[in-house]
Ligand binder design. Sequence first.
Ligand SMILES: *Cc1c(COP(=O)(O)O)cnc(C)c1O
Ligand SMILES: [Zn+2]
Length: 389
Amino acid sequence: MYITHLECGLCGLEHEARRLLNLCRACGKPLLVRYDLERAQQTLTKESLASRRSDLWRYREVLPVDNDENIVSFGEGWTPLLRASRLGESIGLRELFIKDESQNPTQSFKARGMAAAVSMAKELGAKKLAVPSAGNAAGALAAYAARAGLEAFIFMPRDTPRANVVECEQTGAHVTLMDGLITDCGAEVGRRKEAEGWFDVSTLKEPYRVEGKKTLGYEVAEQLNWELPDVIIYPTGGGTGLIGMWKAFDEMERMGWIGSKRPRMVTVQAAGCAPIVRAIEEGKRFADEFPNAATTASGLRVPKAIGDFLILDALRESGGTAVSVTDEELIAATREIGAAEGVFCAPEGAACLPALRKLIDSGDVKASDRVVLFNTGSGVKYMESFATD
Ligand SMILES: *Cc1c(COP(=O)(O)O)cnc(C)c1O
Ligand SMILES: [Zn+2]
């Protein structure tokens, strides 16, 4: 057990670690996990990784869960960082990579977060887990809860991709479809959770999904031989992966694994739901709710994120930015990436390509920059998005 405490991401208030907690009791913002890194680094060394398991639990000392028996796993993480030479050449980049998260259990990177969150919920005694989801978080929670022997209560917009609804039903979850957006689903969980005895595992409303997703940062560093890329392009909804990677870089620096250089972090959002892009343009630390959110990239249809300030702080500190792309652009990019590299991206992941083009056009990304795009899920779950193709 290397966790020392939980710390509020906004006001810094410390909370004790071994309890089921959601948000900061003082200000209602997300809690982040802090570790005794000096102790962790005694056994978690770069050299030790060579002989460790090939999933995200290879970074065991900087992950939650006290007792190994509580780890709920399908072998998530340690996905390939694919060199995308043909695509890179076509847009004038020498070193382009795709972190292919479609190869995770339940076909998206939501598996990383849910592996950590469900393991911790199990360890700390929760029995019923509830989540609002735009799709992939639901599929991941349903699978991990079933594997843990826990109940999953899932709330999704009625127009969520059908694959996500069916996978939840077939893995034993209680599914409720709602008229509205993920924010409306979240409000419903909030209203009912106390009476129903549900533990809320919404994005950033519990501390451990970020811990699972931060392993993206450890993996990219390890796969690039401990030299971080110049630019990371990340399709951002609730922002868990981006916040997690930023946290991972900080932890790795404290353990002496990397220096102070950071990638420029770039958020990609759909033009129909771009609250973070708008907040960057307007210089705000908290993002306003985006009105009438609409995009076929369902994972990006998050009009208001509780961790908005953590995303925005990371983008600004890194010298990065936020870019929006239209649905037409991201759907066209799915085929372009697929044809060039053979990766059938989720529309969210495909959105990274038109964003990258815009950054090349504006001079923000240069031919010599080493760039990593995050393909966060598989296109297979989005048949509706390609229906008119
Ligand atoms: C959830 C999701 C995202 C957004 O991830 P966040 O960490 O919430 O920003 C992007 N792509 C896919 C495929 C998703 O399922
Ligand atoms: Zn606080």
